[in-house]
Design a protein around this ligand. Structure first.
Ligand SMILES: NC(=O)c1ccc[n+]([C@@H]2O[C@H](COP(=O)([O-])OP(=O)(O)OC[C@H]3O[C@@H](n4cnc5c(N)ncnc54)[C@H](O)[C@@H]3O)[C@@H](O)[C@H]2O)c1
Length: 438
C-alpha cells in the first residue's frame, strides 16, 4: 500500500455541481453523465473515467485507472444545478443546442427536465448579442452576489449536498483588462457595492462561490478569477480555482501539432486558422468585443510553445492569424482549417493543412466532467488558489504571477499525472529510464 502523501478527505455523500450557463456544453455534459450512468453510452474523452496512470517502473506493468488510483467522487454522486438567462430546462436547451441526437435526448427527457435554471446575473454590456429575460434584479452587484449565495445554500440544502463545485459554461464575455477594482479584495468588494462597470457577471458568480470556499473553474476566456482580488479570496477561503477557456477543437490540435514541429526544429513563418460554427457561442463571438476575448486566448498558445525568443530564426517572423466565422447552418459541428507554412533543412518550404470537422461540445463535455471531479479532489486535498496542474484542460492556463503558462499538451499531461502521483505518495515519472541499463 502506498502511503498517501497529501491528506485527502474521502469523497463521501453528494457533490453538487453548479453550472453557470445551461447551453450546448452544459447540457451535453449533464446528458452524457446521465447516459453513462444508465449504460446507454460511454464517457469517451474523459481522463478521470477512462484514463490510466502508470506507476513505478515500466517493468512493473502497473497502470491502474485514474479513478481507481485517486479518491474521486463517483458520477452517481453528482447532482446538478444551473443558472441561465433563459428559463428553458435542460431538456429544451439540449434540443435547441442540437448537439445530441433527438432520440438520445428523448431517452433522458425526464431527468433533464428537472434541471431548471435559476435566474441569472446578467449584464448586456458583457454579451450584447443576447437578450436574457430570466435574470435577477438588484440595486447593486453586491446584492446580486448575495442572491447567488442564497441560491447556492438553498441548492445545498435541498439536494443534501456534502460538497459543492461551480463551473462557468456560460457565454464568453466582452474583453476586459484587469483594472484597479480587481487589484485587491477590498477594492473588489467596494466595487461590488458601487456597481463598478469593470465587474463582470462571471466575477460576481465566482465571488459568491469563493466566499463560501467553493471551487470555481472557468471554461470561457473571460478574466473572471484571473485577478489578484479573487485569487486572494480563493486563498483566504481555501478554494481551488482554475481556468481559462476549455481546450477543444482547433486549439487542441494546435497544442498537439506545434510541440512536435518545435521538437524537430522545423521553422514556421505562417499559421492561419479559420473556423466556421453556428451555435449560440458562435453568435456571441460574432461580436468583435466578445471575439477579442477569445482571440487573445487562442493567439497566446503558439508563442509559449514555440518560444520565438529562444529560436528567433525559426519562429521570430511567425504570422499567426485566427478567424472565427458565425455560420448558422453548421450548428455545433464546427469546422476548422489551418494552413501552416513551415520550413526545414536549408530553409526549404513545406505546407501542412489541417481540416478538423469536430463537434465542439462533444470535445468540451468530458473536460467539464474531469474538471468538476479534479477540482473537488483538489479541495478535499487542501489545495487552494490557482491549480496550474489542470492546464491540460485549458486554452489559456492560469499560472502564478511571473510564470509563463505551459501550453504543450504533453507537458501538461505529465504535470497532471505527476501531481496525482505526488498526492498519492508515488514517485513522479521523469522518463529518464537509466535504471533499465544499469
Ligand atoms: N464548446 C467548446 O468546445 C468550448 C470550448 C472552449 C470554451 N467554450 C466556452 O464555453 C462557453 C459555453 O459554450 P456553449 O457552446 O455551451 O455556449 P452556449 O451559447 O450554447 O451556452 C452558453 C449559455 O450561457 C448562457 N448565459 C450567458 N450569459 C449568462 C450569464 N451571465 N449567466 C448565466 N447564463 C448565461 C446563455 O444563455 C447560454 O444558454 C462559451 O463561453 C464558450 O466560449 C466552449
Amino acid at each position: 500500500m502506498t502511503e498517501i502523501r497529501t491528506k485527502i478527505q474521502k469523497p463521501q455523500g453528494k457533490l453538487g455541481v453548479m453550472i453557470v450557463g445551461l447551453g450546448a456544453v452544459s447540457t451535453t455534459f449533464v446528458a452524457g453523465v446521465l447516459a453513462s450512468l444508465r449504460g446507454l453510452a460511454r464517457p469517451f474523452g474523459s481522463l478521470t473515467q477512462m484514463g490510466t496512470i502508470r506507476l513505478g517502473k515500466r517493468t512493473e506493468h502497473k497502470s491502474p485507472l485514474v479513478k481507481d488510483f485517486v479518491p474521486l467522487a463517483n458520477m452517481e454522486d453528482l447532482v446538478f444545478g444551473a443558472w441561465d438567462i433563459f428559463a428553458d430546462d435542460a431538456y429544451t436547451s439540449a434540443v435547441n443546442a442540437g448537439v445530441l441526437e433527438k432520440n438520445q435526448i428523448e431517452d433522458l427527457k425526464e431527468d433533464l427536465q428537472v434541471l431548471r435554471p435559476w435566474k441569472a446575473v446578467f449584464d448586456k454590456n458583457y454579451v450584447r448579442r443576447l437578450d436574457g429575460t430570466h435574470a435577477k434584479q438588484a440595486k447593486t452587484k453586491w446584492d446580486l452576489a448575495q442572491q447567488l449565495t442564497e441560491d447556492i445554500l438553498r441548492f445545498k440544502d435541498e439536494k443534501k449536498c456534502d460538497r459543492l463545485n461551480m463551473i462557468w459554461c456560460a457565454s464568453t464575455e466582452a474583453y476586459r483588462q484587469p483594472a484597479a477594482v480587481h487589484a485587491s479584495l477590498e477594492s473588489f468588494e467596494k466595487g461590488l457595492k458601487e456597481n463598478d462597470p469593470n465587474i463582470a457577471p462571471s466575477m460576481i458568480y465566482a465571488y459568491a462561490a469563493l466566499k463560501l470556499g467553493i471551487p470555481f473553474a472557468n471554461g470561457a476566456p473571460n478574466l473572471t478569477v484571473d485577478t489578484p482580488a479573487l485569487q486572494t479570496l480563493a486563498i483566504e477561503t481555501a478554494a481551488p480555482i482554475s481556468g481559462k477557456d476549455f481546450k477543444t477543437g482547433q486549439t487542441l490540435m494546435k497544442t498537439i501539432i506545434a510541440p512536435g514541429l518545435r521538437a524537430r526544429l522545423l521553422g514556421i513563418n505562417g499559421w492561419f486558422s479559420s473556423n466556421i460554427l453556428g451555435n449560440r457561442d458562435g453568435e456571441v463571438l460574432d461580436d468583435p468585443e466578445n471575439f477579442k476575448t477569445k482571440e487573445e486566448s487562442k493567439l497566446s498558445v503558439l508563442d509559449t510553445i514555440l518560444q520565438p525568443e529562444l529560436q528567433p530564426e525559426l519562429y521570430g517572423n511567425l504570422y499567426h492569424k485566427v478567424r472565427i466565422n458565425y455560420y448558422p447552418p453548421r450548428g455545433d459541428n464546427k469546422e476548422s482549417w489551418d494552413n501552416i507554412d513551415l520550413f526545414g533543412w536549408l530553409g526549404y518550404p513545406m505546407q501542412l493543412k489541417i481540416n478538423f470537422l469536430c463537434r465542439d461540445s462533444i470535445l468540451a463535455a468530458p473536460i467539464v466532467l474531469d474538471l468538476v471531479l479534479l477540482m473537488d479532489l483538489a479541495k478535499r486535498a487542501g489545495m487552494k488558489g490557482v491549480q496550474e496542474w489542470l492546464s491540460f484542460y485549458y486554452k489559456s492556463p492560469m499560472v502564478a504571477e511571473g510564470l509563463y503558462p505551459e501550453h504543450n499538451l504533453f507537458i501538461q499531461q505529465m504535470k497532471l499525472k505527476n501531481t496525482l502521483r505526488h498526492m498519492m505518495g508515488e514517485e513522479p515519472i521523469t522518463h529518464l529510464g537509466t535504471e533499465y541499463y544499469e
